[in-house]
Design a protein around this ligand. Sequence first.
Ligand SMILES: NC(=O)c1ccc[n+]([C@@H]2O[C@H](COP(=O)([O-])OP(=O)(O)OC[C@H]3O[C@@H](n4cnc5c(N)ncnc54)[C@H](OP(=O)(O)O)[C@@H]3O)[C@@H](O)[C@H]2O)c1
Length: 335
Amino acid sequence: MSTVNRQFHLAAVPVGMPKESDFKIVEAPLPSVAEGQILIKTAYWSVDPYMRGRITGVKSYADPIRVGDLMLGGSVGEVVESKNPSYQKGDFVMGMWGWQEYEVSTGKGMQKLNPQLAPVSTALGILGMPGLTAYFGFLDICQPKPGETVVISGAAGAVGSLVGQLAKIKGCRVIGIAGADDKVDHLVNDLGFDAAFNYKTVPNYLEKLKELCPKGIDCYFDNVGGAITDAVFPLLNLYARVSICGQISQYNLEKPELGPRLLTYVLVKQARVEGFIIMRFVERFSEGVMQMAQWLKEGKLKYREDVMEGFEIIPAAFIALLSGKNTGKMLVRAR
Ligand SMILES: NC(=O)c1ccc[n+]([C@@H]2O[C@H](COP(=O)([O-])OP(=O)(O)OC[C@H]3O[C@@H](n4cnc5c(N)ncnc54)[C@H](OP(=O)(O)O)[C@@H]3O)[C@@H](O)[C@H]2O)c1
C-alpha cells in the first residue's frame, strides 16, 4: 500500500470559472492508525456546485476553504485497516474528508454503507445529499398537489432530475429546463417529465413556458436563477410556491447581474418564495433516505451518474460540472 496520501489543496481563489491551476496536488505522508481509528481508501469523490461558494474567500453559510487548505467535500471509501471494533476491513463509509486519497478517522460523523441496499456511490447522489435536497427542498417547501404544474430549472442534474420524478410521484405536470438537447431527451423519454426545453437554444423562455404551462405555474424549484427564473415569475399562479435551492448561473459571475424587479408577481399572486440549505433538515435525514430508497427499490425513481476516473481529474470534473457537462450526479471514481 502507498505511504503517500495525495490531496488537492486550493492554490488560488478562482476568478470567474475555476481553472485547474486553482488547485494543486500535495503529497502528505499517510498517517498511522491509532487504537480506535480506521484507515479509509477513497473510492468516489463528489464534486458539487456548493464547492464553488466555499472557495470565494468569503464566509457564506459556511467558513471558506482558504488558499493552502485541503478541498473539502463528500467522499465514499473502503476501510482498509481497522483498530476500531465498530468497523471491519472491507466496510464502506461516506464522510466529508474531501479531495484526498486516504483518510484516518475514528468514524465519528461517518455513515456506514450497506452495499446490498444500493451501489455505494449512491450515498453521494440519490441516497445522499442531492437526494435529500430534492426530497425536502421540493416536498416540504413546495408542498405539491396532484394536477399542479411544476417547473424545474437545472432539471437534468443530480438534484433537478430527482425533483422532477418526485413531482411525477405526486401526480403533477412536470416541465424541465436544461442546457442540452440530449438532457431534454433524457428528461422526457427516460425520466417521464411531461415536457422540457433547452435554454441554450430557445430564444424566448417566457413564450416557451407559456406554451408548456397553459394553466400557469404552481411550483417552481429553482437551481439556477438568472434569466430563466425571471421568465418563470410572471407565470406564477395564485398561492404558488417557489423553492430557491441554488443559483448556479450566478456562482461564477465577476460582477452581480442586473435583473427585472419581480416581487410584484409575488405580491399579486400571494406566492411564497423560500430559500433553504439542506442542513436545516438534518434531524429528518433518515426519513428522507428511507423514503428515497423505498421509491428506488419500487422502480419509481431512476438515477444517472456521470463518472470520471482518477484522482488527478477531480478539478477537471468540478469544472465540467460547473460547465454543464454532466447529466445526473457528477462523480470521480478512484482508479
Ligand atoms: N440548498 C441546498 O442545500 C443545496 C444542496 C445541493 C445543491 N444545491 C444547489 O442545487 C443546484 C443543483 O445542484 P446539483 O448538485 O444537482 O448540480 P447539477 O445540477 O448536477 O450540476 C450543475 C448543473 O447546473 C447547470 N448550469 C451550470 N451553469 C448554468 C447556468 N449559467 N445557467 C443554468 N444552468 C447552469 C448545468 O446544467 P445545464 O446543462 O442544464 O446548464 C450543470 O449540469 C445548484 O445550484 C446547487 O448549488 C443546493
